[in-house]
Write a protein that binds this ligand. Structure first.
Ligand code: MLT
Length: 242
């Protein structure tokens, strides 16, 4: 049973040292759009996803595996990387496109957060799409849990924090213990205040505005949906599978 007194929320991938996660269960959150895309890709039949930090690591891995079955995927600042097969719109990750494939996945903040947390005792991927499935798994965890908001280049991202708050809220059935960690209290408070209109909060976030400028508004609606999927991606030996 999860310990709600030690459940914590880190506000960005830059806000903690890796060593802190050694014996903890971590959950990486990048609502717009990396973790929503990972969940969608696996739901639509991708075999596995290899998160990478940069182009160099992506090309090294791409050269070392059977090129018929891999796709290079990802973005910088929201825009598909030149020469890659796919960008970071979850709507591109259809079964026809990703079924049976290994995806090498390279994003501005989401995959950086995942790489930073590889040393944790277990690592799960969360989005609004698989919210309840994530909460069900976390409720059973005995170890301390940290929800990591990927954020944007070291800054807080509202859409990530409100999902962290929704996870905390559901885990404690809407009643947070006074001994809870500060990070959990802040996320819980944000979600509690806006729980009637989470989609509007997501749409008003800085990154949603950035994405609207790139004319990918449908992605924001897509990533704001709750519980469309019951799988929880998990990282094992550097590879994410369902
Ligand atoms: C990221 O990893 O920073 C994001 O997923 C950016 C994006 O929306 O493509």
């Amino acid at each position: 049973m999860a310990n709600l007194e030690t459940l914590d929320v880190y506000l960005s991938a830059h806000s903690f040292p890796e060593e802190e996660l050694r014996d903890k269960v971590t959950v990486v959150i990048d609502v717009l759009r990396a973790t929503s895309t990972i969940v969608t890709a696996l739901q639509n039949g991708a075999k596995e996803i290899v998160p990478v930090e940069d182009m160099g690591e992506a090309s090294r891995i791409a050269q070392s595996v059977d090129s018929d079955n891999i796709l290079l995927c990802g973005e910088r600042d929201g825009i598909k990387i030149d020469g890659y097969d796919l960008g970071n719109s979850p709507l591109e990750y259809t079964n026809e496109m990703v079924g049976g494939k290994t995806l090498i996945f390279n994003t501005t903040n989401g995959t950086q957060a995942i790489k930073k947390a590889v040393g944790s005792s277990a690592l799960y991927i969360a989005s609004f799409l698989n919210l309840s499935a994530v909460v069900d798994i976390l409720r059973k965890e005995e170890k301390d849990i940290v929800l990591i908001c990927a954020g944007w280049r070291g800054r807080l991202a509202l859409e990530d924090l409100i999902l962290a708050g929704n996870i905390v809220y559901n885990m404690c059935d809407g009643k947070l213990v006074p001994e809870a960690r500060d990070g959990a209290k802040v996320a819980f408070g944000l979600y509690e205040k806006y729980k009637g209109d989470v989609a509007s909060v997501i749409h008003s976030s800085n990154h949603a505005v950035r994405l609207k400028g790139l004319e990918v508004e449908n992605d924001i609606d897509y990533c704001s949906q709750k519980d469309t999927c019951s799988l929880v991606p998990v990282l094992n030996k550097g590879i994410i599978t369902r």
